[in-house]
Write a protein that binds this ligand. Structure first.
Ligand code: ATP
Length: 218
């Protein structure tokens, strides 16, 4: 299994007191599996993604990614996890502003130890980014930046791809095309995909779907 969560809980401290968000989440994801994560606004979807990506730690429970316990990792191991094993496409794309599109793609691949120009060039071509390789992120539309973020994550050949509404900024036709491409790419590389979405249309294209409600998988 690429991802296994057991009894994961997370409570935030707020000005109004503790806010329990996750109350014992169990979840497993196999290599190459695609899973839609739905739930109302505020149900904890982004929190779950952040925990799996090692950006925050659970209060209790375990999160294993490719057999390693994320909660027990030190900063170094967690950084390595984010460089290579887990790819992320979050709503703020976090592209590197000082690097052009080609360099954003190749930099991430090199960081992950996959210095394979043919791979990221192919990803760029399939994502329709070839005309923009010499442009900087600020010179791209939101949808173009979104495609760079997808290409950059996949260039690192992750075992698990975490995506938060990755087609949310696109019109329906483009969103469908980008989603089809993403699903093709993860299938080809046997990458597991955990995608947060509000869209039934998107969720229906994934192999499995789970819903977060009252802090648990409903
Ligand atoms: N750092 C934080 N400190 C305190 N509360 C937080 C923090 N981050 C998130 N929350 C709260 O935790 C709850 C879950 O937030 P989260 O972003 O995980 O929800 P979500 O399901 O992703 O929502 P949306 O669909 O609106 O993006 C919300 O009530 C939010 O206000």
């Amino acid at each position: 299994m690429v991802l296994q969560l057991r009894g994961v809980t997370k409570t935030y401290e707020t000005g109004d007191g503790p806010l329990p968000v996750l109350r014992g989440v169990d979840l497993g994801l196999n290599a190459g599996e695609t899973l839609a994560l739905t739930g109302e606004s505020g149900s904890g979807k982004s929190t779950l993604l952040h925990l799996v990506g090692g950006l925050d730690t659970p209060d209790a429970g375990t999160i294993e990614v490719a057999g390693a316990n994320v909660g027990a990792m030190g900063d170094e191991a967690r950084a390595a996890l984010r460089r290579g094993t887990v790819g992320v496409v979050f709503q703020q794309f976090n592209l590197i502003p000082a690097l052009d599109v080609a360099a954003n793609l190749s930099f991430q691949a090199r960081l992950a130890g996959h210095d394979e120009p043919a791979h990221w060039v192919d990803l760029a071509e399939r994502l329709g980014l070839t005309p923009f390789l010499r442009r900087y992120p600020e010179q791209l539309s939101g949808g173009q930046q979104q495609r760079v973020a997808i290409g950059r994550a996949l260039a690192a050949r992750p075992r698990l791809l975490l995506a938060d509404e990755p087609t949310g900024n696109l019109d329906e036709t483009t969103a469908d095309a980008v989603l089809t491409l993403m699903l093709d790419l993860v299938r080809e590389s046997d990458t597991a995909l955990l995608m947060v979405t509000h869209s039934d249309r998107v969720a229906e294209r994934m192999a499995r779907r789970i819903h977060l409600r009252l802090g648990k998988v409903a």
